[in-house]
Design a protein around this ligand. Structure first.
Ligand SMILES: Nc1ncnc2c1ncn2[C@@H]1O[C@H](COP(=O)(O)OP(=O)(O)OP(=O)(O)O)[C@@H](O)[C@H]1O
Ligand SMILES: [Mg+2]
Length: 625
C-alpha cells in the first residue's frame, strides 16, 4: 500500500519538458551496467516470487475441495505444510529480492554521487563564485536520491507489478474467466478516483516542499553566527518566534491534509478489494449454486483478487514516477555534462622540481562570460526557487589586465601594489591557473602554465588568500592538509617558523583544538599565520600572499613579518602588499594601475620619482608601516 501511495507524490510540474530519449536511457544504463549480473538475479527472484505468491490460493482450493470433503487428515497435513512452505519461501524471496535490489540501487547511487562530487570539485573557481552552495548540495542529495528512487522504486515496482498482475490474472482466468472479467471491470472504476487523489496529493506535496524549503532557509539564516548575532542585537525574539510559528503552522496544516488523503486513499483501495470479494462471492456463488464452480475455487479467486488492485493503481502512475526520476537524472547530468573550463591538456607535462621562475608575456585578461562556465539552475535568485529560466550573461567582463609583462627570478620577492580594483588579485590568480589568461602567456620555469599537469602546478604554487579558510577539523589536520604525511615535529617546526606555535601550544587541546567556523575562533592575523604555516609545510617553489588589508597591531605585525621572512626564504614570492615592511623587503615593486604595470622598481627609486607610488605611499602605507 505505502508503495502505491508514494507514487502519487511526484510533481507533474517537473514533467512538462520531459521526453524519453535514447541518450538518457543509454546514460542510465552506463551507471547500471556494472550491475547487470545482479540485475538478472534480481529479475529471476522477482519472477519466482510472483509465481510463488499465487500458489497458496491454489493450495487452499485443493484443501477445501478435496482434503476437507474427503476427511483426509493426511492430505490436509501435507497441504498445510505446503502452504507454510510457500509462505516461508515467499518471505525468503522477498528478503533476497529486497537485499539485491538495494545493493544495486545504492551501488548505482554511490557511483553517481562520487562522479558528481569529483566533477564539482574540479570545476574552476569562477564556477563557485556564482553558484549557490545550497543548490549544489541539493543536487548532490535530493536529485541523486530521486534518481535512486528511479532505479529502486520505479523500475523495481513496475517489474514486480507487471509480473504480479500477470501471474494473478492468468491464475484467476484459469479458475473462472467470468469472475476474472468482473474483477477486471472494477479496475477502471478504481483508477478514476485514484487519479483525482493523485492530482490533489501532488499539489499538496509541492506546497509542502516549498514550505519546508522556506523553513529551512529561515532557520539556516538565523542560526548561523552572523544571523544569531543580528537577532540578539536587535532583540527580535518575539517577532522571530511569531514568523517561525506561522511557517510551521502552515506545515502542520498541509501535513494533516496529506496524511488524511493517504488514509482515505488507502481505505478506498481496501474497499475496492472488499467489493471485489463481494462480487466474487455473489457471481461465483451463483455459479456454485448452479454447480459450475467449486467452493474452493471461489475462495481461491477471492484470495487472488486482493492482489490485483494495488499493483494496477501503482502501474497507472508509473509514467509519472518514471518521468520524475528521469528529470532528476537530467539535472544530475546537467552538472556532469558541464565541461571543466580549466582542464589539463592530454599532452600536459609534469613540471618536476620547480625552480620558481615566473614570467608574464604581454598578458591580457578579462573575466570570462558566466555562460561559459556556470549552470543557470544553480544560480538561484531567491532561496528555495531554482532559477531554471535564468539566462546567464554571455559577455565577458571589461579588460582587467592590459598587456602585463613581468619576470620574477627564482628566489626573489615581488610586491604588487595599487589602488583597490586595480587588478592585483586577478594578476596573481593567473599563476596557479585559478583563471587562464585571455591573451599572452604565463610561464613557469619557461613553460606555459597551460602545458603543465594541474597536479604539478598545484605542487609548485602556493597561495595564502586575504581571508584564509580553515576546515572544521583539528589544527593539526588543517595543517596536514598541505602534506598528509608530515610528522608532528614538522608541524611544530612549521608553526614555529610561522610564529604561531606558542599560541597553539597554549590552547587547552593544543594541536588537537578544533578550528574552522564552529571551532576555536582564530583572529584574522592568527589565521593568516596558520595559513602561512600550512604553506611552509607544503613548501612550494612559488608563494603568493594576499596580505590582509586590516591593520594589525604592532606585535602581530612583527610576528607576521618574521613568519613571512622564514616562509619566503629561498622561494619566489608575490605579495599583494598593504604593509610598508613587506614592500621594503621586496626585490621589485610593481605598481598596478588600471590593469597595467604603471611603475616598477625598488622602494627608494619609486618614492623619489614622485608619481603613483609616492601617492600610494602617502595614503596607504605610511600609516600602517
Ligand atoms: N569574477 C569577476 N568577474 C568580473 N569582474 C571581476 C571579477 N572579479 C574581480 N573583478 C573585477 O576586476 C577588477 C580587478 O579586481 P581585483 O580583485 O584584481 O582587484 P585588486 O587590485 O585585487 O583590488 P583589492 O586591493 O581591493 O583587493 C575589479 O574591477 C573587479 O571588480
Ligand atoms: Mg585583491
Amino acid at each position: 500500500m505505502s508503495r502505491v501511495w508514494e507514487t502519487f507524490w511526484e510533481d507533474p510540474e517537473q514533467l512538462r519538458e520531459f521526453r524519453f530519449t535514447r541518450r538518457q536511457l543509454a546514460r542510465a544504463w552506463r551507471f547500471a551496467r556494472p550491475y547487470r549480473l545482479l540485475l538478472l538475479v534480481y529479475l529471476a527472484i522477482d519472477v519466482a516470487n510472483a509465481a510463488v505468491s499465487i500458489l497458496p490460493a491454489l493450495v487452499i482450493r485443493r484443501l477445501i475441495d478435496h482434503a476437507l470433503p474427503a476427511r483426509a487428515a493426511g492430505e490436509l497435513g501435507v497441504l498445510a505444510a505446503a502452504l507454510a512452505g510457500l509462505f516461508i519461501a515467499g518471505t525468503g524471496l522477498n528478503l533476497a529480492g529486497a537485499y539485491i535490489g538495494e545493493r544495486i540501487a545504492h551501488g548505482i547511487i554511490l557511483n553517481l554521487r562520487l562522479a558528481l562530487f569529483d566533477h564539482l570539485q574540479r570545476m574552476p573557481i569562477a564556477f563557485f563564485t556564482r553558484t549557490q552552495t545550497g543548490l549544489l548540495q541539493s543536487r548532490l542529495n535530493n536529485d541523486v536520491r530521486e534518481v535512486n528512487a528511479l532505479f529502486t522504486h520505479t523500475a523495481n515496482s513496475t517489474v514486480t507489478d507487471v509480473l504480479s498482475i500477470g501471474f494473478t490474472l492468468v491464475a484467476m482466468a484459469a479458475l473462472s474467466p467470468v469472475v476474472t472479467l468482473a474483477v477486471c471491470l472494477l479496475i477502471p472504476v478504481l483508477l478514476v478516483p485514484a487519479e483525482f487523489v493523485a492530482r490533489r496529493s501532488r499539489r499538496l506535496n509541492k506546497e509542502q516542499m516549498k514550505r519546508w524549503g522556506d523553513m529551512e532557509t529561515a532557520t539556516a539564516e538565523r542560526f548561523n553566527i552572523s544571523g544569531a548575532l543580528l537577532v540578539k542585537l536587535f532583540g527580535r525574539y518575539e517577532r522571530e518566534l511569531k514568523v517561525f510559528s506561522e511557517k510551521v503552522t502552515l506545515i502542520r496544516n498541509a501535513a494533516i491534509q496529506t496524511e488524511m488523503l493517504g488514509v482515505v486513499f488507502g481505505g478506498a483501495l481496501g474497499l475496492a478489494g472488499s467489493l471485489a470479494v463481494v462480487a466474487i462471492y455473489w457471481i461465483g456463488g451463483l455459479s456454485v449454486i448452479s454447480g459450475g464452480l467449486t467452493l474452493g475455487t471461489i475462495v481461491a479467486l477471492a484470495t487472488l483478487a486482493q492482489r490485483v488492485y494495488g499493483p494496477a493503481v501503482d502501474l497507472a502512475s508509473t509514467r509519472i514516477s518514471l518521468a520524475a526520476g528521469m528529470v532528476a537524472f537530467e539535472r544530475v547530468f546537467e552538472v556532469l555534462d558541464t565541461p571543466h573550463a580549466i582542464s589539463e591538456r592530454p599532452d600536459a607535462v609534469a613540471l618536476g622540481e620547480a625552480r620558481g621562475e615566473v614570467v608574464f608575456e604581454d598578458v591580457w585578461f578579462r573575466y570570462p562570460a558566466p555562460a561559459s562556465y556556470s549552470i543557470a539552475s544553480l544560480e538561484a535568485e531567491k532561496p528555495g526557487s531554482e532559477g531554471t529560466d535564468a539566462h546567464l550573461p554571455t559577455e565577458p567582463s571589461d579588460w582587467i589586465l592590459r598587456g602585463v609583462s613581468l619576470r620574477a627570478a627564482p628566489g626573489t620577492m615581488t610586491a604588487l601594489v595599487g589602488h583597490s580594483g586595480a587588478g592585483k588579485t586577478t594578476l596573481s590568480n593567473l599563476v596557479p591557473r585559478l583563471y587562464d589568461c585571455t591573451g599572452g602567456r604565463v610561464l613557469m620555469d619557461g613553460r606555459d602554465v597551460r602545458d603543465l599537469t594541474l597536479d604539478s602546478l598545484a605542487t609548485a604554487v602556493g597561495m595564502v588568500p586575504q581571508d584564509p579558510h580553515l576546515f572544521h577539523d583539528t589544527v593539526a589536520a588543517n595543517l596536514r592538509y598541505a602534506r598528509p604525511e608530515a610528522t608532528d615535529q614538522e608541524l611544530v617546526a612549521a608553526c614555529r617558523a610561522a610564529r604561531i606555535h606558542e599560541l597553539i601550544r597554549g590552547l587547552p587541546d593544543g594541536y588537537e583544538t578544533m578550528a574552522g567556523e564552529r571551532g576555536y575562533r582564530f583572529s584574522g592575523g592568527e589565521k593568516q599565520r596558520l595559513a602561512i604555516a600550512r604553506l611552509i609545510l607544503k613548501a612550494p617553489a612559488v608563494m603568493i600572499l594576499d596580505e590582509a588589508t586590516s591593520h594589525l597591531d604592532s606585535e602581530t605585525e612583527t610576528l607576521v613579518k618574521e613568519a613571512l621572512a622564514e616562509a619566503f626564504r629561498g622561494r619566489t614570492s608575490f605579495v599583494i602588499a598593504h604593509r610598508l615592511s613587506t614592500i621594503r623587503a621586496a626585490d621589485q615593486i610593481l605598481v598596478i594601475h588600471e590593469g597595467r604595470i604603471a611603475e616598477r622598481g625598488r622602494h627608494e627609486e619609486l618614492l623619489s620619482n614622485g608619481r603613483l607610488y609616492a601617492e600610494l605611499y602617502e595614503t596607504q602605507f605610511a600609516i600602517v608601516g
